[in-house]
Design a protein around this ligand. Structure first.
Ligand code: CMP
Length: 755
């Protein structure tokens, strides 16, 4: 053992401070020696340990490795690691002493190179803009976040006292030994409260599996909105690509932020970060740090604008924030120059999907900053999108079935509708707004309910009535649906052409749905103040419309031969819809065919050729709901986009996520839930990618909105008849399907056909 020489090197740690000793006699020397030996035997293990730790790892003897291992058994930071991992650690740990309080071990924004365990002493954790956030003590560890996530340091670490001792593991060894077995959960505290809970993403991959991007990262499980944003900004390197896990983190955050961080809070936090100055470092380092941070903020904001686009028009907080930010950027010469060099190129590559977005007119009127995404590229086919600030027709029936049409904001509350009605002649104060379905059932509406016009069910109408007369209301004749079918006209159009026209129409409706509508829909109407789910509701209404259209047309076809012919056409239609990857309408038509009023028409089904019945059975397999619609999900996974998914299932998934998970856990935002919601919402993006969709000629947006209201009203049967073979006639027909949605009436008609 080379203890003496090593002891020499480490003498500073074992020499008592004070004046040089006086020369002493033999007896004194003997006593002194005995004392020293006793002391050494007490302190021996520590001394030997320090000696061992100071040696280059490769030179440690087995005894020394045992000694370090024994020590690790008592250190809190590694308590969760197995003994074999501790043994591996013993071979690589480095001893790093620091003598002076105030020493900066590393700074926020630095590249992570090591993981540290505090062996003796304590450190302060300091972040820019917040200062001291927490103190770590003996047995605690720090610095793993940057290593695991391959991100810059999230905080600055400063020695809180003199003579601190650290055990250090450098990145390469950390990655080899610890990364895969590091504590599953990490909790970051600020001022004694947990602000962020991170979990190592375990994807069950063993060391033999090739590394996949995003593996072995800490992902946010929960946190305060501000801390989640702070971590996101820190993680956003200037050059991350669309496949970077940080991009997914960014997308998760932006898609869901309104659930936990309203725009006002987000804008305030971003401005705070924009102004935050690092406490230490050279002038050069500080300026570089600020410039990087500001670029990250602009990148986040540009994605935010690209995602929400026109939704920000009506948000005064957002527009004033964007203006303020662009002024601040204009005053930062270094940043402005950098942006001019970088952004034209980046803008083309880094766009999240924009549901229907355009920049605010305010921003457009001024010179659009270079870092804002190009705003003139709405999704193809989204020109019929209903946006938050739009006015839509509110058709309100009176008990005598006269109809009053008001143009009101899509997000108007019932109270606002009533206030508008108060301006009309003949209105009395006591009247209430109710919605009435085709069976005549009336449901009262809460004064705070919003968006009632666009959330109406298929043949539902709004009525204004005196409360005592509600039970006397009868549905408007138009709500009852047609009395004559259009089988003859349908006979003129091939199933393939019909499927094509239906699909074109569906694409224009599907493209108008913003991804976040799915999230807001699941959260419920209390979140609808500044948002609308009108496009999603319209699409869902269309789903129901198609179902009932199939059932209605068959029930209104009195002669058995043509009815069987029509049934055959609908089955072929379903097959073509599937072929055209319009799974939503495929399901709708199939559901229509399986309506009890249709499935019971045994004689009609018997008339089908064997081949067609076989085709129907094959198509039916996709409807199998067992194992959570496994057959459908597998089929969908195999389809390459563009594809229109079976929307009710996507909504069901979203509702399950919302209802099955709390938004807050221990007073922190359950970001795991946000991630799940964002993933489901991104399904729309995926389905609409590669979207050179064959679109039929669309009317202007205004006329389309008007048309929608026309759909809500019911016209006479002759208006919807398919009189010619022309595509224009089919196009007009598919947009104005008239249906009976009263199941009792359909059953009655069905019994009339086949008693
Ligand atoms: P890392 O980002 O590598 O470097 C700074 C370290 O500080 C970080 O890893 C965490 O280990 C530690 N830390 C402890 N509390 C906090 C906190 N509230 N915010 C950020 N980092 C913290």
């Amino acid at each position: 053992m080379k203890v003496p020489s090593a002891m020499d090197r480490d003498a500073q740690f074992y020499r008592f401070p004070g004046p040089e000793p006086e020369p002493m006699g033999a007896h004194e020397m003997e006593e002194e020696l005995a004392e020293a030996v006793a002391l050494l035997s007490q302190r021996g293990p520590d001394a030997l340990l320090t000696v061992a730790l100071r040696k280059p790892p490769g030179q440690r003897t087995d005894e020394e490795l045992d000694l370090i291992f024994e020590e690790l058994l008592h250190i809190k930071a590694v308590a969760h690691l197995s003994n074999s991992v501790k043994r591996e650690l013993a071979a690589v740990l480095l001893f790093e002493p620091h003598s002076k309080a105030g020493t900066v071990l590393f700074s926020q924004g630095d590249k992570g190179t090591s993981w540290y365990i505090i062996w003796k002493g304590s450190v302060n954790v300091v972040t820019h803009g917040k200062g001291l956030v927490t103190t770590l003590h003996e047995g605690d560890d720090f610095g793993q976040l940057a290593l695991v996530n391959d991100a810059p340091r999230a905080a600055t670490i400063i020695l809180r006292e003199d003579n601190c001792h650290f055990l250090r593991v450098d990145k390469q060894d950390f990655n080899r030994i610890i990364k895969d077995v590091e504590a599953k959960t990490m909790r970051l505290e600020e001022h004694g409260k947990v602000v962020l809970v991170l979990e190592r993403a375990s994807q069950g991959a063993g060391p033999s599996r090739p590394p996949t991007p995003g593996r072995n990262r800490y992902t946010v499980m929960s946190g305060t909105p501000e801390k989640i944003l702070e971590l996101l900004l820190e993680a956003m390197g200037p050059d991350s690509s669309a496949h970077d896990p940080t991009e997914t983190f960014l997308s998760d955050f932006l898609l869901t932020h309104r659930v936990f961080m309203p725009s006002a809070q987000l804008c305030a936090a971003l401005l705070h970060h924009f102004h935050a100055e690092p406490a230490g470092g050279s002038e050069q380092e500080r300026s570089t740090y600020i410039c990087n941070k500001r670029q990250q903020i602009l990148r986040l904001v540009s994605q935010w604008v690209a995602l929400y686009g026109s939704m920000l028009h009506t948000d005064p907080v957002a527009t004033s924030f964007l203006q303020k930010l662009s002024d601040l950027v204009g005053r930062d010469a270094r940043l402005s120059n950098l942006l001019r060099e970088q952004w034209p190129e980046r803008r083309r590559h880094h766009r999240l999907e924009n549901g229907c977005g355009n920049a605010s007119p305010q921003m457009k009127a001024r010179n659009l900053p270079v870092w804002l995404p190009n705003q003139d590229e709405p999704l193809p086919g989204s020109s019929c999108a209903i946006r938050v600030g739009d006015k839509v027709p509110y058709d309100i029936c009176l008990p005598d079935h006269s109809v009053l049409t008001l143009q009101l904001p899509v997000t108007a509350s019932v109270r606002e509708v009533m206030a508008a009605l108060a301006q009309e002649d003949g209105w009395t104060k006591e009247q209430v707004l109710v919605k009435v379905n085709s069976a005549g059932d009336a449901i009262g509406l809460q004064p705070d309910a919003r968006g009632v016009a666009t959330s109406l069910g298929l043949n539902e109408r709004l009525f204004v009535v005196n409360p005592q007369e509600v039970h006397e209301l009868t549905p408007h004749p138009d709500q009852l649906g047609p009395t004559v079918g259009s089988a003859e006209g349908l006979d003129l159009v091939s199933a393939k052409d019909l499927a094509g026209q239906l699909t074109d129409h569906d694409w224009s409706l599907f493209n108008s749905i913003h991804q976040v509508e799915l999230i807001y829909y699941a959260l419920g109407p209390q979140h609808l103040r500044d948002v609308t789910t009108a496009n999603l509701e319209r699409f869902m209404r269309r789903f129901n419309e198609l179902q009932y259209w199939v059932a209605t047309e068959l029930c209104l076809c009195p002669v058995p031969g043509p009815r069987a012919q029509l049934l055959r056409k609908f089955i072929k239609l379903a097959a073509h819809l599937k072929e055209q990857k319009n799974l939503n309408s495929f399901f709708a038509v199939m559901f229509g065919l399986s309506n009890s009023a249709i499935s019971r028409l045994a004689h009609t089904w018997e008339r089908l050729p064997h081949k067609v019945r076989k085709l129907y059975s094959a198509l039916e397999r996709l409807l199998d709901p067992s194992w959570n619609h496994r057959v459908y999900r597998l089929a969908l996974a195999k389809l390459s986009p563009p594809v229109i998914p079976f929307m009710p299932l996507l909504l069901k998934d979203m509702t399950f996520i919302h209802e099955g998970n709390h938004t807050l856990v221990e007073n922190l935002i359950n970001f795991e839930k946000m991630r799940m919601m964002a993933r489901a919402a991104r399904m729309l993006h995926h389905c609409r990618s590669h979207n050179p969709v064959p679109l039929s000629p669309l009317r202007s947006r205004v006329s389309h909105l008007h048309e929608d209201s026309q759909v809500a009203r019911i016209s006479t049967c002759s208006e919807q008849s398919l009189s010619t073979r022309s595509p224009a006639s089919t196009w007009a027909y598919v947009q104005q399907l008239k249906v009976i949605d009263n199941q009792r009436e359909l059953s009655r008609l069905s019994r009339e056909l086949e008693p």
